[in-house]
Design a protein around this ligand. Structure first.
Ligand code: F6R
Length: 631
């Protein structure tokens, strides 16, 4: 959460446009307020605004408003905020400064003990101008500098006082050729270019400048310098007091800058929904063998024996990733017969799970690889001795680094805050994993081959589903907006229950309308009380052995005047009474367990069109941030 950028260069130039474009690339991390600060000659110039950078930061106006004197600058920092302490407002937006205005900093994370530090600083005469936890950091550094410490040592001494998480970037007019940074719990990487170093909370903002970067680990700090001798960096560790650490830069080559733009699409979400067939195909690529009817998961190759002998599986994730894990859980139980326990990461860490680490393995699922709840739970699981594997999208992220081994999803950059292509790519890995586990436990060669043959066809079927349902979902969305639907539930049985959870999450994130979900059979045990002409039940029920049972539930809803939309396959559609219900048809598959890979697509589109009909921002839904790095 929160986006941080810092640029230092030995080739002075107008840094305002670069800071703004970097903040736009980081917008998905937080977008309720934003700000930048620059060292202009000998003073810090700062500008803060409420709103997202693409709406409120415009380079031409800013230079004028800041009354920038110098032709170019060597140092600039910027921040997109996702408010935790203090409302989104100009006074609470970052960068924050000390009393003298000589020190400016941006922070991502949460300082847990800020109240007591703030009281102490106020008693010592410091003037606070915001309600944030962050501002104490600026004043603590100010005190240490006043005691005679260099900015770096002042930052290190300050950190010792802080409880909680932080990624901090700080600059001072006293050292106009240096940026200092420190990390604990919040991501920070810096890119390396001929004449500049670019520090950011996400590589998204760095890749527009350079594809070579260093990722800091928890406990690390860095000094970034740029002067007539060139650019230099120095990394140390403030936990074990090591001053010099050699870190090997990472260079990403399989990346196109187009991934960071919307291209021909009107929103990132729409682009990413349409990227799903390609992302799914890329995630499968080279990870199965048609001959042996088996999955080939290179990242887990050293742990095959553990996987073969495990008696239990725990999945660990949050939000969309947890629903992907839950779909995977049903699949693994059905195909491999291994009991799966789907754990929500924010709960797992705080309770006892009575499973023996000696015969249990844990799979964690995460798009960002930075979700604090998930990361902390992974650490807890490792402490307890569970073999811990990752299904993560972001290469080199904290969760990817924290696990014993894993398999990367290859969804590419997901910028839309509501997750879409990351979800289906997570399913791609989970389907391969289920196959791998099943093939060591009794699934026949023929069954393995048939499963793979169908999995290979999924991208084509996804493409068909998207083109055949997009317009229909727009029409249905507009119809139900006009009907003023007050209650919406996403229902199904078996593997479609967690799929309904994901569909409900997508719907509520984008439309701001509460959406429920539960197993369809539960309807008669209470929830049917909410059904009336203002209620919509979306039932996910392709033609399988429970189809007739599900049809009974439709009758129950219709008899109470409820609205029904059904997502089903071609065979199912033929058996449904059109007219009284809305039917969404997806292509027929021979293995019903694969339907979730298609079912989610029209439901993502439904949420998307519904939100657009309401006038909501589909890329940046209110109150959310893409990467939840606070617990
Ligand atoms: C919903 C969404 C969130 C994330 C959740 C976990 O659209 O994006 O529910 O799925 O915050 O995030 P990751 O996968 O980054 O760990």
């Amino acid at each position: 959460m929160c986006g941080i950028i810092g640029i230092i260069t030995n080739k002075k130039r107008d840094l305002v446009p670069e800071l703004i474009s970097s903040l736009r690339n980081l917008e998905y991390r937080g977008y309720d307020s934003t700000g930048i600060a620059l060292i202009d000659g000998t003073v810090i110039k700062r500008l803060r605004r409420v709103g997202a950078p693409s709406d409120v930061l415009h380079a031409e106006e800013i230079a004028e408003e800041l009354e920038i004197k110098e032709i170019g600058q060597s140092i600039g920092i910027g921040h997109n905020r996702w408010a935790t302490h203090g409302k989104p407002s100009e006074r609470n937006a970052h960068p924050h400064i000390d009393c003298s205005g000589d020190i400016a900093l941006v922070h991502n994370g949460t300082i847990l003990n800020y109240e007591s530090i703030k009281d102490e600083l106020i008693r010592a005469g410091h003037m606070f101008t915001s309600d944030t936890d962050t501002e104490v950091i600026a004043h603590l550094i100010e005190d240490k500098v006043a005691e005679g410490l260099s900015l770096q040592n002042a930052l290190l001494a300050t950190i010792e006082r802080l409880e909680g998480s932080f990624g901090i970037v700080v600059c001072s007019t006293q050292e106009p050729a240096r940026l200092y940074v420190a990390k604990r719990g919040s991501p920070l990487s810096f890119g390396i270019k001929n004449d500049s170093l670019i520090i950011a909370s996400s590589t998204n903002a760095i890749l527009a400048h350079t594809n070579t970067f260093i990722t800091l680990e928890d406990g690390e700090y860095a000094e970034l310098a740029a002067d007539e001798n060139g650019i230099r960096y120095h990394v140390g560790n403030f936990l074990d007091k090591r001053r010099g650490i050699t870190k090997k830069p990472t260079t990403i080559t399989d990346f196109s800058i187009d991934e960071l733009s919307k291209g021909e699409y009107e929103s990132f979400m729409r682009k990413e929904v349409y990227e799903q067939p390609a992302a799914f195909r890329t995630t499968l690529l080279g990870r199965y063998d048609e001959q042996t009817g088996d999955a080939v998961l290179g990242g887990l190759i050293d742990h095959e024996e553990t996987l073969r002998s495990t008696q239990n599986i725990i999945t660990l994730a949050c939000g969309t990733a947890s629903y992907a894990a839950a779909v995977g859980g049903v699949l693994i139980e059905a195909l491999a017969g291994i009991p799966v326990r789907n754990e929500i990461a924010s709960e797992f860490r705080y309770r006892t799970v009575p499973l023996d680490p000696k015969n249990t393995v844990l799979f964690t699922v995460s798009q960002s690889g930075e979700t604090a709840d998930t990361l902390e739970s992974v650490k807890e699981a490792r402490r307890k001795g569970y073999p811990t594997f990752g299904i993560v999208n972001t290469v080199g992220s904290s969760i990817a680094e924290a696990v014993d081994a894993g398999v990367y999803t290859r969804a590419g950059f997901e910028i839309g805050v509501a997750s879409t292509k990351a979800f289906t790519s997570q399913l791609a890995v989970l389907y391969l994993l289920a196959l791998k586990l099943a093939r060591t436990r009794g699934m026949t060669l023929q069954a393995g081959r048939a499963f793979l043959a169908e999995l290979e066809r999924i991208p084509e079927m996804m493409q068909r589903t998207l083109s055949e349902t997009d317009e229909l979902m727009r029409a249905y969305a507009e119809k139900y907006v006009a009907k003023n639907i007050r209650t919406i539930n996403f229902l199904g049985r078996g593997i479609h229950v967690p799929l309904g959870q994901e569909a409900a999450l997508k719907f509520k994130e984008l439309t701001y309308i509460e959406a429920g979900n539960y197993p369809l059979g539960e309807l008669k045990h209470g929830p049917i009380a909410v059904i009336d002409k203002h209620a919509l039940s979306v039932i996910i029920m392709p033609k399988d052995e429970l189809f007739s049972l599900s049809k009974n539930s439709i009758e129950q809803i219709l008899s109470k005047d409820g609205n029904v939309m059904v997502v089903t396959d071609e065979a199912g559609a033929r058996e449904l009474k059109k007219g009284s219900i809305d039917v969404v048809t997806i292509p027929t598959l021979s293995n019903p367990l694969l339907y979730p890979l298609l079912e989610i697509l029209p439901l993502q589109l439904f949420a998307y069109h519904y939100a657009r009909a309401l006038g909501n921002n589909v890329d940046k839904p209110r109150n959310l941030a893409k990467s939840v790095t606070v617990e």
